[in-house]
Design a protein around this ligand. Structure first.
Ligand SMILES: Cc1ncc(COP(=O)(O)O)c(C=O)c1O
Length: 372
């Protein structure tokens, strides 16, 4: 099988597995225990947290370990709302992950007013509009860093600056950005990311929360790395997360250049197909390549591609059973494109031979569609 669904999840790097197993084996004691083995676990955890903090260029106390980015997004949004109940206006976008939409819908049912920021002609946030939307009672602006389907890199740093000028909190889900692009969290109050999108294990993630941001935790009782998320510290998983970020930083340029070349190759081959429209644009990270195939129904198309040894998606894995892609629609304003879109995600592990197989199957699929 050829895997082209790296934005849904990545295979774990064997070096990360090795780190995970070795730390979990050597430092099995509860880091909260007040004996020598507990203190050794804590020392090891402190080192992992320092590596994670350095990667995001924040302080160790600003790193909150979570079990998933879903949990991080929920904690950021609901935790802030709980802290400031008098402010009930939140701004977000049509590109958000299901966990941001879900947390916002939860608040919507409790009389919050959730407004959606529009996009410009190139699928990026309209910051002039954002400037006008912020009000006295705006609690939070939460905007995803990279659209999970088209890969469009959003101007979150500028959005953060704007929010700070208005003294409004800014959160960004940067799960699809980590390891695939550079970012600067200087003006970002909170950011969510997950290890399994960047060749780390599933079940560990982070909420970066600047020290100046107050938050009520979702979970009560018990103690962990910080007061914001209880449970026994996951020694091995956190060390694995630190290792995956360290490797991602160390190997960033090599991985990026490789993926960029693969993207250019794939684009050059697919753009000549008259049935194919490429939805990813000049702002997209090269790891995400989104296309629409005229006349294609994704549920049938995906079954065909899977039967021919190709694994990729039509939408992001968590976007549910909607008939069309909310992201592609938000960016193109075209229902036909949004209801026939496919997300191919690339990695430094992808080979040209794999892409050649994809192109070959795509050609047969498109000619079959024409015969219909
Ligand atoms: C943008 C984005 N946010 C959040 C998530 C959820 O991540 P996790 O699986 O760690 O909960 C995903 C992955 O599906 C994602 O792509």
């Amino acid at each position: 099988m050829i895997y082209l669904d790296y934005s849904a999840t990545t295979p774990i790097d064997p070096r990360v597995t090795e780190k995970w197993v070795s730390v979990e084996t050597s430092f099995y004691a509860n880091a909260n225990s007040d004996h020598i083995l507990g203190r050794e676990s804590k020392r090891n955890n402190d080192e992992s947290i320092r590596i994670i903090a350095d990667y995001f260029k924040v302080l160790p106390k600003e790193v909150i370990i979570m079990s998933s980015a879903v949990e991080a997004n929920n904690t950021a949004i609901k935790g802030l709302a709980e802290k400031f109940p008098q402010k009930t206006h939140i701004i977000s976008s049509a590109l958000e992950h299901a966990s941001v939409i879900g947390a916002l819908s939860f608040l919507d049912q409790r009389d919050y007013e959730i407004e959606t920021l529009g996009l410009d002609d190139e699928g990026r946030y309209d910051l002039d509009q954002l400037n006008k939307m912020i009000r006295e009672d705006t609690l939070l602006v939460t905007l995803i860093g990279v659209d999970s389907e088209t890969g469009i890199r959003q101007p979150i740093e500028e959005a953060g600056k704007l929010c700070h000028r208005h003294h409004v909190f800014f959160h960004s889900d940067i799960t699809q950005l980590v390891g695939k692009g550079h970012f600067d969290l200087t003006d970002i109050d909170m950011a969510s990311a997950s290890a399994h999108k960047v060749y780390g294990p599933k079940g560990v993630a982070v909420l970066i929360k600047k020290a100046s941001v107050p938050l009520i935790p979702l979970l009560h009782g018990g103690h962990s790395f910080t007061p914001y998320r209880s449970s026994t510290p996951q020694n091995g998983l956190v060390a694995a997360f630190a290792e995956t970020l360290r490797l991602s930083s160390l190997e960033f340029d090599d991985r990026f250049i490789k993926v960029e070349k693969l993207n250019v190759y794939l684009r050059s081959k697919l753009e000549v197909f008259p049935e194919i429209h490429i939805n990813s644009n000049q702002h997209s990270i090269p790891h995400l390549f989104n296309i629409s195939i005229q006349g294609s129904r994704p549920e049938e198309g995906l079954a065909y591609f899977s039967d021919h040894g190709l694994c990729f998606s039509s939408k992001s894995a968590c976007s549910g059973q909607d008939e069309f892609s909310a992201s592609v629609y938000a960016i193109t304003r075209d229902k036909a494109l949004a209801s026939s879109s496919y997300r191919i995600s690339l990695s430094h592990l992808t080979t040209v031979e794999e892409l050649d197989s994809l192109i070959k199957v795509m050609k047969t699929y498109c000619s079959k569609l024409c015969e219909k």
